[in-house]
Write a protein of this length. Structure first.
Ligand code: IMP
Ligand code: MG
Length: 176
């Protein structure tokens, strides 16, 4: 068997990411001014994006997390979403912004959206660092995205492949 080293093709630099965070945080701060905003980060992938995003908002926001997983150690969704850990904060009458690293099939967010809608929030919107639409299966609207791409498996800035590469400061296309 021939083993090849995966190639990391740069997509976004640390500096480009920084500017995108400033821009999106500005939009969110305008849209949610005066509203009870609750950011719900989807672990693990969103941990870096959420921590940068919240520090660039000019409005107050509460933060909580859910843990969702659908991939295991593969590059495609299993289609079954496990939710081993959910929020502690009461979401009723709050304006929820679901914060995700990357939307691919959309199954995770579609499932989480339905789950939180049952808890009677004031609103639910979706903020993803990357919107990748080639394999979209569920009809989800990504309200805020820093970067849109058609295809490719991306890593870095929180995004992993089999739990590796999350700590890279930029975004890379992982070519096997
Ligand atoms: P979805 O349910 O197919 O939209 O999958 C969303 C989740 O799959 C994301 O939160 C990521 O954890 C993972 N994922 C999807 N595409 C990629 C990728 O290109 N790189 C790393 N993780 C990905
Ligand atoms: Mg992942």
């Amino acid at each position: 068997m021939i083993m090849t080293t995966p190639e990391l093709v740069p997509i976004l630099t640390k500096e480009e990411i920084h500017q995108k965070i400033i821009d999106i945080a500005g939009k969110i701060s305008c849209d949610y001014a005066g509203k009870d905003l609750l950011l719900i980060g989807i672990l693990k992938g969103a941990f870096i994006f959420l921590s940068d995003l919240v520090r660039h908002l000019s409005i107050p926001a509460q933060i909580d997390f859910v843990r969702a997983s659908s991939y295991g150690d593969t590059m495609s969704s299993s289609g079954t979403i496990a939710l081993p850990c959910t929020v502690q904060i009461d979401v009723r009458n709050k304006h929820i912004l679901l914060v995700e690293d990357i939307v691919d099939t959309g199954l995770t967010l579609s499932c989480l959206r339905k789950y939180f809608l049952l808890q009677e929030p004031a609103s639910i919107k979706i903020c993803a660092f990357i919107d990748k639409y080639e394999r979209r299966e569920a009809d989800v609207q990504v309200d805020y995205a820093c970067h849109t791409t058609h295809e490719g498996f991306l890593v870095g800035y929180g995004l992993d492949y089999a739990e590796n590469y999350r700590g890279l400061p930029g975004i890379y296309h992982l070519k096997m």
